[in-house]
Design a protein around this ligand. Sequence first.
Ligand code: GDP
Ligand code: IMO
Ligand code: MG
Length: 424
Amino acid sequence: MIDLLLGLQWGDEGKGKIVDVLTNKYDIIARFQGGPNAGHTLEFEGNKHVLHTIPSGIFHDAAINLVGNGVVIDPVIFKKELEKLEPYNLDLRNKLLISRKAHLILPTHRLLDQASEAAKGSAKIGSTLKGIGPTYMDKTGRNGIRIGDIEAPDWKEKYRSLTDKHLQMIENYRVEVQFDLKTLENEFFEAIETLKQLQFIDSEHYLEKQQRQSKKILAEGAQGSLLDIDFGTYPFVTSSNTTAAGACTGLGIAPNRIKNVIGIFKAYTTRVGSGPFPTELFDQDGETLGRVGNEFGATTGRPRRCGWLDLVALKYAITVNGVTELNMMKADVLSGFKTIKVCTHYKYKGELIDHLPFDVDEKYVEPVYEELKGWNADLTGMRDVNELPTELHDYVTYLEKALEVPITIVSVGPDRTQTLFRNS
Ligand code: GDP
Ligand code: IMO
Ligand code: MG
């Protein structure tokens, strides 16, 4: 049995927290796409931990964590992640598996990302500059280097020829990118040796075998549905399929094996990086959401743009993913607002619509809001849904009705324990 967990907005919905909370129900947690552009924050027992490539079930002894073939791995960042896990004494050799088909991010992929963004000027994507785009380009361009390749003795020749090509490409961008390749390469090859201490596996076969043994698998998504390469706000997206179908290609699992699709959303909306964001706020309310929600990117530290919940975009994400249950995060951040706005429609080129159009540009799209009553209570100490204020209860039931999907978790703080279960 395979369940899927993914973000329904522009990322940072709180996926890491919920995967960590749900891991005790699963045998295997498997990341299916993205790379160290992700930052998944977990808080428990006074620890705060940010994971980038390693799946968010890693702190549970009983679970196996798999980095799937759809993921792109930067050995340098991966090594740092492993070092940060050292104090926890986890049995990583047996608990953390890597697909041989996952692609490697080379130092020059990061430099290419930088050059590409610099060349775009004000039209830049706002990339995390982790080399994600260039690595997926080499994957689809059939030039990439995979984890399985580094087990072969001649892989450094492949590395050299790809790197030489990248250096040429960087020059062609005609922008200034400063780097010291020797230092970058030393760091890279050292990290490769660390990586080799883990188990590389043919993960599609492994997952098939585990399913035959009735093991429970949770596929963990990164980024959010609106950053999907096909269905997101293109070109201001990431370079992988962040939506449900990405789990099939990113792990080698068949669509008919997927049971529940858990969609994670914030009680409001955030976005980090460039691109359209119809409900973005530039006023005091936006400032309050950012401050109370501590909205700074977990990977880059950049402030996240904040706005009200956008039901038009959320419905779109629910449909594309086939979401069967919703988890609403950061309800505590909305405490103290007299009224809470929810975008139900867009005014698009003069017409009232309730679907996400081809062009979400603010030139064409104006959000239309409904106002709901706010509440003024500290939710962070609450441990049962029945304690929640009536107005929040009304907010949740309003959303369930509008979205036609049950909300099974309301999150009231970053810690594991600040997770309230409904209807279960
Ligand atoms: P992810 O990328 O989807 O895993 O999310 P991030 O970790 O990038 O961002 C979510 C942020 O919100 C993190 O700092 C979490 O610790 C925090 N967080 C998660 N759930 C809640 C919640 O219910 N309330 C509050 N206040 N913070 C939360
Ligand atoms: P998690 O998994 C939020 C955004 C970047 C940029 C765009 C492209 O923590 O939710 P990229 O580096 O992929 O080329 O950047 O996507 N982005 C994210 N925003 N959360 C993420 O991951 C993101 N990963 C990428 O800010 O706008
Ligand atoms: Mg994040």
